[in-house]
Design a protein. Structure first.
Length: 399
C-alpha cells in the first residue's frame, strides 16, 4: 500500500536552511520565484551554534542591500586590517589601504537569525525539524523532496529545480553517482582548540599568531564575548583543559617583547575543530545544484566558509531567475564551473595561510626558519601584503 503524502508544488525546493539556503530562498522570493525550504534541525539549534564571524564586503552587501536587515551594519564591527604575529612580533596588514575594502566581524549564527527573520517576515515557506528526508528524480524535470514534518505530516515537494544546501554531512551530494562525482579531499594533521569567554577584546582586530609552540588566533565576538583558538592535536580532549591551563597556553603563544597581554574572563564554551578541505565536482547533477558546505568546505584560517557559500548563491540565484524569467539555461549550465573557479582560489588561499601560520608535527628547524622568511616576504612587501589583503577580503568583482 502506497504512503499517503501531501503534495506541494513549487518552482525551487531547497534542502537546508542554513545561511546559504535561506539567502537563496530570500533572493528568489524577491524575484517572485516560489520556493520551499526544508531543514532537519530546529531554528534554535542553528541560532545557538557558534561559527566563524568574518564577513567579506560582498557578503555584507548582500545582507544590507537585499532587504534582510541592517543589523550587520549596526551590530557588526568593521575591520580595516588584521595582524600577523610571528615569534612575538606583530605586523598589520592594512586591507583598506592596500585594496580599498574591509571585512566585518559578525557571527554566522547572527547572519542566520537575520535571514530566518526575513523569511518569516515575508511569509517564506520554511519547514523546520523535518525527518526522513529523501531527494529523488534529480535528472528529470520534476526533482522531488520527500520528508516528514515535526507534526508527523508526510510531504512530497515537487519542484522544477532542487538545491542542496544541507551542509557537509547532508544527503544531497551523495545522490550524485560515484562515477560522476569527484571528491577532492585533504585532512590536516592538527585541529583548533576553540573557546568562548566573557571578557573585553584583547585587540581591536584579529591576531594570527605563530610561535614555537604552535598557532593561536585572537578573535572577537562582541564587546563582552571573545573567541580564541590555539592549534592542538585532533584527538585533544577538552575535559583535560581547565581555564587556567587554557589561558596559560594561549598567552605563551602570543608572548613577545611588546608585552601583549590577553584579557581574561570565564570560559563558557570549549570545542575542538578538525581541519579538512573538501570540494565536490561537479556542483550540478541533473536539476540539482549544490551550494555552500554541501559542495565544499575549507579550514577556518582564511575566513572563507560562509563567504564562499554566499558567493555560490550570488552565482546561482541570477541563473535561476533567468531560467524562470526567459527560459535561458546558460546560467544554470555554467553554474558549476563558475562557482568552482572561486572555490579553488579560496581553497588555495586557505591552504597557503594555514600552512604559513601552523607548525607541522615533527617539523625541523629548516621549515620553521623558511616560514619566517615567508612571513617577511608577505609583510615587508606591498605586493605580498596586497595578495593577502585581496584574498582575505574576497577578490572583489571587477565588472
Amino acid at each position: 500500500m502506497l504512503e499517503e503524502r501531501t503534495i506541494i508544488d513549487t518552482q525551487v525546493a531547497i534542502v537546508g536552511a542554513g545561511p546559504a539556503g535561506l539567502m537563496l530562498s530570500h533572493l528568489l522570493y524577491r524575484a517572485g520565484i516560489d520556493n520551499v525550504v526544508v531543514e532537519k534541525r530546529s531554528h534554535d539549534e542553528i541560532a545557538n551554534t557558534h561559527r566563524a564571524g568574518i564577513l567579506e564586503a560582498g557578503t555584507v552587501q548582500m545582507l544590507a542591500e537585499t532587504g534582510v536587515d541592517g543589523r550587520v551594519l549596526s551590530h557588526g564591527h568593521e575591520h580595516e586590517g588584521t595582524v600577523l604575529r610571528f615569534e612575538g612580533e606583530s605586523r598589520r596588514i592594512d586591507f583598506h589601504k592596500l585594496v580599498g575594502h574591509s571585512v566585518w566581524l559578525y557571527p554566522q549564527n547572527e547572519v542566520f537569525v537575520d535571514l530566518a527573520a526575513a523569511r518569516e517576515r515575508d511569509g517564506g515557506d520554511v519547514r523546520w525539524e523535518v525527518t526522513d528526508t529523501e531527494v529523488r528524480d534529480l535528472t528529470t524535470e520534476q526533482p522531488t523532496v520527500l520528508c516528514t514534518t515535526k507534526e508527523g505530516e508526510k510531504l512530497e515537494i515537487r519542484s522544477r529545480l532542487l538545491v542542496g544546501a544541507d551542509g557537509s554531512k547532508g544527503i544531497c551530494k551523495r545522490q550524485i553517482p560515484q562515477d560522476v562525482r569527484t571528491d577532492n579531499f585533504i585532512e590536516y594533521p592538527f585541529a583548533w582548540f576553540g573557546i568562548l569567554c566573557e571578557a573585553p577584546p584583547s585587540a581591536p582586530e584579529l591576531i594570527y599568531a605563530n610561535s614555537q609552540y604552535g598557532f593561536a588566533l585572537i578573535s572577537q565576538r562582541s564587546d563582552t564575548v571573545q573567541r580564541m583558538y590555539f592549534q592542538c592535536d585532533p584527538n585533544e580532549n577538552v575535559d583535560d583543559w581547565d581555564d587556567e591551563r587554557i589561558w596559560t597556553e594561549l598567552q605563551r603563544r602570543i608572548d613577545g617583547p611588546d608585552g601583549l597581554q590577553l584579557q581574561r574572563g570565564p570560559i563558557f564554551d570549549k570545542t575542538v575543530l578538525p581541519f579538512r578541505s573538501y570540494v565536490c565536482e561537479p556542483l550540478r547533477y541533473g536539476n540539482m545544484f549544490l551550494v555552500g558546505d554541501a559542495g565544499h568546505t575549507v579550514p577556518p584560517t582564511g575566513a572563507k566558509g560562509l563567504n564562499l557559500a554566499f558567493c555560490d548563491v550570488r552565482v546561482l540565484a541570477p541563473a535561476i531567475i533567468e531560467f524562470f524569467g526567459s527560459g535561458d539555461e546558460r546560467g544554470l549550465a555554467g553554474y558549476s564551473a563558475k562557482a568552482l573557479d572561486r572555490i579553488w582560489k579560496a581553497q588555495n588561499f586557505s591552504y597557503w595561510v594555514t600552512n604559513l601560520m601552523h607548525i607541522q608535527p615533527g617539523e625541523n628547524p629548516f621549515n620553521m626558519k623558511r616560514r619566517r622568511g615567508e612571513f617577511e616576504t608577505v609583510t615587508n612587501s606591498t605586493y605580498g601584503s596586497g595578495y593577502f589583503a585581496e584574498s582575505y577580503t574576497g577578490w572583489q568583482d571587477r565588472t
